[in-house]
Design a protein. Structure first.
Length: 228
């Protein structure tokens, strides 16, 4: 799964992804973003890439229960093309979710707590995750919503059996292309890669979204027995 991310300055992502920043964007960097909170994403709009804010939890227009967003912050790559909650967005409303990094947890033998790890790109660039977006509205309640796709763990994910889908620069244009109809081609973009990510253990403080700040991504000594 992918349920916690760090996102810093919009200008950093806009420059790397060749995107315009939405004029209405109001953003505060956070190193501990969880589901239902605002996240930054880049979509194709009128032939241009635009960086905007989305609520993390996908709500298709037909969904009558906004509380469903609490369960839709991730979409499994294996079933995203067929599940009603995601399939229309998968075909037409794909999103790039640039992050400084993301967190994952692993059990530590002999401890009731799990050890959190921070994952980032080895080359220092933003990690670009595969996402989907939808516009949801009921009366005056209007939301841009998003989800992050996950897949089976690859070589760069030794602490969990799943990970977010990481897109390389050569994949971005194809992923955003609304005319790309071939499900099999799209699925080739959703396989885990190796040699892209590095990770290190971080403080258990990240377990609560009430805690925030750049100190959360700093390396700490892992709990005894936790994976390296």
């Amino acid at each position: 799964m992918c349920g916690r991310i760090a996102q810093s300055e919009p200008s950093r992502y806009a420059q790397r992804l060749g995107a315009l920043i939405d004029a209405e964007l109001d953003w505060r960097p956070s190193w501990n973003i969880g589901p239902s909170a605002p996240v930054l994403g880049v979509r194709e709009r009128h032939g241009e890439r635009v960086l905007s804010s989305y609520l993390w939890g996908l709500l298709p227009g037909w969904c009558d229960d906004p509380k469903a967003a609490a369960r839709t912050f991730n979409a499994r790559a294996e079933s995203v093309a067929t599940r009603p909650m995601y399939r229309q967005a998968f075909r037409r409303r794909r999103l790039l979710v640039p992050v400084d990094g993301f967190y994952e947890w692993a059990a530590a033998p002999g401890s009731s707590r799990k050890q959190p790890y921070y994952f980032e790109r080895a080359d220092g660039d933003p990690v670009v995750l595969a996402g989907l977006w939808e516009h949801w509205a009921r009366g005056d309640d209007r939301r841009l919503t998003a989800t992050v796709l996950t897949t089976g763990a690859g070589p760069d994910m030794p602490v969990h059996d799943r990970q977010p889908v990481v897109l390389e620069p050569e994949d971005w244009e194809r992923w955003l292309d609304p005319e790309l109809d071939d499900d099999e081609v799209r699925r080739t973009l959703l396989e885990p890669r190796g040699g892209v990510l590095v990770h290190h253990p971080v403080s258990v403080e990240v377990g609560s979204v009430r805690n925030d700040g750049p100190h959360l991504v700093k390396a700490v000594v892992a709990m005894p027995g936790a994976p390296s």
